[in-house]
Ligand binder design. Structure first.
Ligand SMILES: Cc1ncc(COP(=O)(O)O)c(C=O)c1O
Length: 403
């Protein structure tokens, strides 16, 4: 068969696959790899949430199909969360929907609203589904380079002036994966004002709403008056409650977008397993000390990592939020690019990271380190990195000979 599939042709090979294969080979050779490559929480959800899941699963009546919009109790719990955390009113009946993780919601929202050739503004570097959800749906992506020196509003203005058709939607993700950048409410107010004027939808991903470490507390775009006219926001149970494998997230805000997502989902799924949804209600409505513990855990690791790397001669900005450090390549290795540097780090320091180029072309020059190894192993990792930095000249000489 020689026919190729149109959508598959638009999905490039996964950049991380190369590092993952080397990681697997190193592990097979019994090397102890300290793995900062993924964003997978390493702790379980709170005990009472797991207890609720197992308790509800005993009920013989909860094993049938659930509802694709999510059970009413969970939509009400999301609405209550918005009220107490952000002072935002969300109607549980038509302004929020439960998704099978926010990733599924983002992908199906893209399917719901995109016509082939529509222009979507997506951050670059970004969490891959932000751009690829829309690419799969047939959109053309206009990348917005991320970083402290770029202005989103400038990029929106340029896009409105130069793209034909004008953009359908813009994707925002703060606190950002992978860059860990954060934005305040004034930023959102400016974007909402612009997008309302130009009739551009906003899709905001607030997966790291609760994963912050210092004084800055991430706001919701829905706090901006009038935001609901054009914006939806995704939330996730994955990081807040360490429930990544459970696949529970939410999309809230603009009724038309929520309804469009609901329509597509009503055709493609039956919703998350009911006992998981009931347990998610227990997480949202129950004691919240697990969130402080989660923050303390990641903050402790962050401090060990950032201080340790600085002592090793690698200066990495301390992330104020998310579970990632976004590290510019050390000067001596910068010319190699992020993929080659990641491979050398694995070979010489037994440390796995995610090469920045895997998050988009503007991610080149960086690697992402997930705060998913405990403090002791993080300490071991920085020790290994220090040795590697001290031997940089010899390592580079050997690397050049091999090429
Ligand atoms: C920015 C961002 N959005 C969404 C997700 C996926 O969340 P979920 O587990 O709810 O699909 C992640 C996971 O790493 C993420 O970093």
């Amino acid at each position: 068969m020689v026919q190729e599939f149109h959508r598959i042709k638009r999905l490039p090979p996964y950049v991380f696959a190369e590092v993952n294969a080397l990681k697997a080979a190193a592990r097979a050779a019994k090397r102890d790899i300290i793995d900062f490559g993924m964003g997978n929480p390493d702790q379980p959800p709170p005990r009472h949430v797991i207890d609720k899941l197992t308790e509800v699963a005993q009920n013989p009546r909860v094993h049938g199909y659930s509802t694709s919009r999510g059970i009413p109790g969970l939509r009400k719990a999301v609405s209550a969360y918005y009220q107490r955390r952000f002072g935002v009113e969300i109607d549980p009946n038509n302004e929020t929907i439960v998704t099978i993780g926010s990733k599924e919601g983002l992908a199906n929202l893209a399917q719901a609203i995109t016509s082939p050739g529509d222009i979507i503004l997506a951050p670059n570097p970004s969490y891959p589904i932000h751009a690829f959800g829309f690419i799969i749906a047939g959109a053309a992506i206009r990348s917005m380079p991320m970083g402290p020196d770029t202005s989103i509003i400038d990029q929106l203005e340029k896009a409105v002036r130069h793209s034909v058709p004008k953009p359908l939607a813009v994707i925002l993700n703060y606190p950002s994966n992978p860059t860990a950048e954060v934005k305040d409410l004034d930023f959102y107010a400016e974007i909402v004002d612009f997008c309302r004027k130009h009739e551009i939808y906003i899709i905001s991903d607030l997966a790291y709403a609760e994963v912050y470490f210092d004084d800055f507390v991430p706001p919701s775009i829905l706090q901006v008056p009038g935001a609901k006219d054009i914006a939806v926001e995704f939330l996730s149970m994955s990081k807040t409650y360490s429930m990544a494998g459970w696949r529970v997230g939410f999309c809230s805000g603009n009724q038309k977008l929520v309804a469009a997502l609901g329509r597509v989902k009503s055709y493609v799924d039956y919703g998350a397993f009911t006992p998981m949804q009931v347990a998610a209600v227990a997480a949202l409505n129950g004691p919240q000390d697990c969130i402080d513990e989660m923050r303390d855990r990641y903050r402790g690791r962050r401090d060990v990592l950032i201080k340790g790397l600085a002592a090793a001669g690698w200066n990495v900005p301390s992330p104020p939020a998310t579970m990632f450090a976004w590290a510019p390549l050390p000067e001596k290795f910068a010319h190699l690019g992020s993929l080659e540097f990641s491979k050398l780090l694995l070979e010489h320091a037994n440390v796995a990271v995610a090469p920045g180029v895997g998050f988009g072309e503007y991610g080149e020059g960086f690697v992402r380190l997930g705060l998913v190894e405990n403090e002791q192993r993080t300490r071991q990792a920085v020790k290994n990195v220090k040795t590697m930095m001290q031997n940089a000249d010899a390592i580079l000489e050997q690397y050049n000979k091999r090429k």
